[in-house]
Design a protein around this ligand. Structure first.
Ligand code: SF4
Ligand code: SF4
Length: 309
């Protein structure tokens, strides 16, 4: 069985990526499960989703604590100790990282000892879709890693996206982007240790009872350890893009200050607004709302440090 975990940020499409993969696997004749694990449902917040794929009926349920493949849709998550996307990765497993780094650079940067594949999926999404929504693209690379067919990936993207949008041009672009990602990587072999069958495991396999162990809170739910800890969380870690200022055209109208949902646009001594980047989550509402286009966006690559700075 393949057990995959997708890690992304709210709005990037981790849930849909796992669904595209599960649907493609089903169309290729496998048994499949796909499901998300939501925490705080906010744009930019860490989100995880899982897919199981097997030639046999799948009796496991619940989150995947020990995946053999991890898809990291936002590399800033690798610097977030509360997310830790590679936790539980099996010996010999694979990590696909959405980054402009080479695999060697990424392994060194993020201190990963597992096998690493890299692809700048965000750039592909921006080039081919015009937006950093990466669901079908991440589904495409995952489909390639587990060895599914192009035809099933194509049909899965069409099926899953047609439940979300009626925009045929967007759907066609997503099919093209998913296939581009599918063909952009060279899969490497998973070297997962084969479980040795013992009388105990054979007995468990033949059991009709589905075991649903109670997961500890840090696995089964978001961790809220103390009251009043929002400032410590520093949601600047969530950004995919950061707002960038051009004061030449800024009229100091303060619309951006009023519109920021997190209250993290401050005003300097000269009356110009500026961003508290420790807490700006990168929603870009300020960019949309500025009447003089004095705010642009710059792609974020490295996350700010979070708790324990
Ligand atoms: S409105 Fe602008 S400053 Fe406020 S959180 Fe969103 S991107 Fe950051
Ligand atoms: S909305 Fe635009 S023009 Fe108004 S204060 Fe903000 S950056 Fe300046």
């Amino acid at each position: 069985m393949h057990r995959l975990r997708f890690h992304g940020r709210g709005g990037q499409g981790a849930r849909v990526a796992s669904k595209v993969l599960g649907t493609a696997a089903f169309l290729d004749g496998y048994y499949a499960q796909d499901f998300p694990l939501y925490g705080a449902e906010r744009r930019g917040a860490p989100v995880a989703a899982s897919t199981r794929i097997s030639e046999e009926p799948i009796m496991e349920r619940g989150v995947i604590p020990a995946p053999d493949i991890v898809i990291v849709m936002d590399e800033t998550l690798l610097q977030d100790p509360l997310t830790n996307p590679v936790s539980g990765l099996k010996q010999g497993g694979i990590v696909l990282i959405n980054t402009a780094h080479s695999p060697t650079e990424a392994k060194a940067e993020y201190k990963i000892t597992a096998q690493v594949i890299t692809l700048d999926i965000t750039k592909i999404g921006l080039d081919m879709l015009g937006m950093p929504i990466l669901s079908t693209l991440a589904g495409g690379v995952a489909a390639r890693i587990v060895g599914l067919s192009e035809d099933s990936l194509t049909d899965a993207v069409k099926k899953v996206l047609s439940e979300i949008t009626t925009d045929r041009r967007l759907l066609a672009k997503n099919v093209a982007a998913a296939l581009y990602c599918f063909n952009a990587i060279t899969p490497i072999e998973t070297k997962i240790e084969i479980e040795i069958e013992t009388s105990d495991t054979i007995e468990k396999k033949s059991s009709k009872v589905i075991s649903l162990p109670f997961e500890p809170a840090e696995v089964s739910s978001p961790a809220i350890n103390a009251t009043g800890n929002t400032p410590l969380r520093m949601t600047g870690n969530w950004r995919v893009f950061r707002p960038a200022w051009n004061y030449d055209s800024c009229t100091r109208c303060m619309i951006c200050v009023a519109r920021c949902p997190d209250g993290c646009i401050l005003v300097n001594e000269d009356g110009f607004p500026y961003t508290d980047y420790d807490n700006c989550k990168g929603c870009l509402i300020c960019v949309e709302e500025c009447p003089t286009n004095s705010l642009g966006k710059v792609r974020e690559v490295h996350a700010k440090k979070v708790i324990g700075k």
